[in-house]
Ligand binder design. Structure first.
Ligand code: NAP
Length: 311
């Protein structure tokens, strides 16, 4: 019996947090016959070979995609166009070509023109991640109970979409389909803007003259440290995200700035009611996230409590 979502040969272009997690999860779930991977640097390729999760690790993207039924680009968004151009002549007819990029409009714009008509292009974004990167950072459980958004262009074969949906479901993800534009607007507010705010606030704290750096670090449990986790995310990946999703991010940033001004005014005027109402509304949003299982209900994100030592 064939396992739902199984592909005979999968080529992963890039083996970092996401590529490495896909490889580990696909192995565990038995949805990959052979897994071939590439990485840009010799250092990463050597480490991937040492890890022994995939069958073959190659330097050539063109070589890796030969005879692959599923090709997934797991590299920064800005690198996807040139790599699509490089692999296009070597793709197997009927193969599904996908990616994991955090922006979808730019991926469709940069990749689609290079791909031949005899392959199925189904862009994807697993909305799952951590602040870590590199070949050792991945883990098989990353996608469990997380969303994976597919953004197939009009006219893509329905069977190819179903096969990719089944693959992501086998890795534990819940799958949703959206247009690239809608995806980019949703992610601008749920992911890209929060990262921009974290990058800003951590930078601001670093530049403060009145509070010393050691004090910022020492008292970070007051809220700051939760921003530092996000602000530790990969600089290349996030540079590419902001450059590729410029319009939606600027749009959301405009709305955010207006809302920030409203809260600033409430503080200046001593308008406690406005502040209280706003914070009550935001608390309900957090509870909604916990209720649908997108985060733990445990206090402080489930960080372990320190133990009192008995004397
Ligand atoms: P990562 O851990 O830094 O791994 C990136 C991989 O891409 C590495 O194998 C790297 O090779 C390779 N690479 C980097 N630049 C390249 C280039 N110019 N050409 C070809 N290969 C290149 O990154 P990641 O977190 O897995 O992110 C990969 C993709 O997943 C990004 O598009 C990102 O938007 C998306 N994504 C990330 C997250 C997240 O939380 N991290 C979540 C969802 C989606 P070397 O190791 O040899 O440099």
């Amino acid at each position: 019996m064939t396992v739902a979502g199984r592909f005979e040969r999968i080529a992963l272009i890039g083996f970092g947090l996401i590529g490495g997690s896909i490889a580990r999860a696909a192995r565990l779930q038995g949805v990959a016959g052979e897994i071939v991977t590439t990485a840009r640097s010799e250092k990463t390729r050597a480490r991937v070979a040492e890890l022994g999760i995939v069958d073959r690790v190659l330097a050539s993207n063109a070589e890796a995609v030969k005879d692959a039924d599923l090709v997934i680009l797991c590299i920064p968004v800005g690198a996807c166009g040139p790599v699509a151009e490089e692999i296009a002549p070597h793709l197997k007819p009927g193969a599904i070509i996908s990616d994991v990029g955090s922006v979808k409009g730019a991926i469709v714009r940069d990749m689609a023109p290079h791909l031949p008509a005899n392959v199925h292009f189904v862009p994807a974004h697993p909305v799952a991640g951590t602040e870590n990167s590199g070949p050792d950072s991945g883990f098989a459980e990353l996608f469990i109970n997380r969303w994976c958004i597919l953004t197939p262009p009009d006219g893509v074969d329905a069977d190819a979409i179903d096969r990719l949906r089944a693959f992501w479901a086998a890795l534990g993800a819940k799958v949703e389909i959206m247009t690239p534009d809608h995806h980019d607007r949703v992610l601008a507010i749920t992911s890209h803007l929060p990262h921009l705010i974290a990058y800003t606030i951590v930078g601001t704290a670093d530049e403060l003259a009145q509070v010393t750096e050691s004090e910022v670090i020492k008292f970070s449990a007051g809220g700051f440290r939760d921003f530092t986790r996000i602000a530790a995310s990969d600089p290349t990946m996030w540079r590419d995200i902001f450059l590729s999703n410029k319009d939606a991010v600027l749009d959301m940033l405009g709305t955010f700035t207006e809302d920030l001004s409203k809260l600033t005014r409430a503080i200046r005027r001593g308008d406690g009611e406005a502040l209280f109402d706003h914070f009550t509304r935001t608390r309900a949003i957090r509870r909604g996230i916990v209720d649908i299982g997108q985060d733990s209900a445990a206090a402080d994100f489930g960080r372990p409590l320190p133990q009192i030592k008995k004397s």
